[in-house]
Design a protein around this ligand. Sequence first.
Ligand SMILES: Nc1ncnc2c1ncn2[C@@H]1O[C@H](COP(=O)(O)OP(=O)(O)OP(=O)(O)O)[C@@H](O)[C@H]1O
Ligand SMILES: [Mg+2]
Length: 236
Amino acid sequence: MTIQDEFISTVSHEMRTPLTSIRGFSQTLLTSWDRIDDENKKKFIKIIEDQSNRLINLVENILTVSKTKAENIIYKKVDINTVIEKVITMISEQYKEHKIVFNKNVKNNISRLDEDKLQQILTNLLDNACKYSSAGSTVKITSDSREEMAVVKVQDNGVGIKQENFDKLFKKFSRIENHLTSTTQGNGLGLYITKQLVEKMNGQIDLESVFGEGTTFTVKFPNYNEEEALKCSQKS
Ligand SMILES: Nc1ncnc2c1ncn2[C@@H]1O[C@H](COP(=O)(O)OP(=O)(O)OP(=O)(O)O)[C@@H](O)[C@H]1O
Ligand SMILES: [Mg+2]
């Protein structure tokens, strides 16, 4: 099986589950409407809504996967801190009960990057940090500049990841079982996309984690330098 065939068969499998559930609950509602009480009607419609969201998320991620390959990176001078602030505003809207703290260790953290891609990277990391930690907990994001690298850390006090699963995380469609994976939505594509995008912009992504205590993801990008930036844009 080629990688492409494998991708298609995995995607079809991932789509079948929510679609079967949407069809099943719609049929039940249509054929037994008068026999179902209001509470159950609401419950079934909620399942249809959740599963539809799951499909939308999957399609968006698949589009990104195919775009990551074809699309060129558009390098511009970006202040990473400004992008972080934007991402925090969006994510905190979704995770209202988490406390997101931003430690800005340098005033301006300028690199030559693709702003949209950077936003996507940070959104995925911050989304995971909130998703895999309990409501009410704190997520810390730190922006730094060290040894000619721009460094961003996303730290949570969540479920953590066992060392043996570190490599698996970045693979397509792989989710790791924990007590929050079963109650949260996800396709296991976020970190796969994130790693691809980071590396495409000559960056590096690492993680440290203690199972049951929390996880820190670190991304590093070469700091802005006219000569290097020119080389990067010629490469892409
Ligand atoms: N901060 C984190 N803490 C604990 N586990 C994590 C964290 N980030 C990722 N993981 C684990 O890694 C797996 C892969 O993450 P990834 O972002 O690729 O997928 P996802 O969040 O499950 O789905 P998607 O991002 O596609 O919606 C997750 O299912 C989860 O088990
Ligand atoms: Mg994710």
